[in-house]
Design a protein around this ligand. Structure first.
Ligand code: DQA
Length: 152
């Protein structure tokens, strides 16, 4: 039972499981497993309970977001490339009304122009990007006190 701890869901989208192997110049050399270990360590320090989910499939991510209703009080999502075009993930986030923070390892605003557009940002409490694995830790910190607010 995690009764008194705030329940947080971390969702890693497509290709995030390849971090540490893929495009190291952009995403760094820290492995996916190491990032997850640090997420859990930080969660413990902040008194949060965190479950971590990864999928390369849009539908599976949407199902997980729907299933978060009534279970989780915050979501950290790195939707990978879906960030830039998945209206379906945007609608799922908006549907559940759980404070959600958009995360990116890289600074998406400093890369190709298409990456600076996020279709999910407007339904998230905020966006944090550019700090590698630390981005998730900053996100946990931000979620600790985040409340749902409707931007749109
Ligand atoms: C990413 C940025 C996206 O543009 C890209 O498609 C990814 C990773 C990031 O964490 O920096 O897969 O979400």
């Amino acid at each position: 039972m995690q009764s008194s701890k705030k329940n947080i869901l971390v969702i890693h989208g497509p290709n995030i499981n390849m971090v540490g192997v893929r495009e190291k110049g952009i995403y760094g050399t820290e492995s996916y497993d190491s990032i997850n270990t640090r997420i859990q360590e930080q969660a413990q320090k902040l008194g949060l309970h965190v479950d971590i989910f990864q999928s390369n499939c849009e539908g599976a991510m949407i199902d997980k977001i729907h299933g978060a209703m009534g279970v989780y009080e915050g979501i950290l999502i790195n939707a990978g490339a879906y960030t830039h075009y998945s209206i379906a993930i945007r609608d799922a986030i908006k549907s559940v009304q759980i404070p959600t923070i958009e995360i990116h390892l890289s600074n998406v605003h400093a890369r190709e122009e298409f990456r600076s557009k996020s279709v999910i940002a407007a339904v998230c409490v905020g966006q944090i990007c550019g700090f590698g694995g630390d981005t998730y830790l900053l996100g946990l910190y931000a979620l600790k006190n985040a409340r749902h607010k409707e931007n749109r």
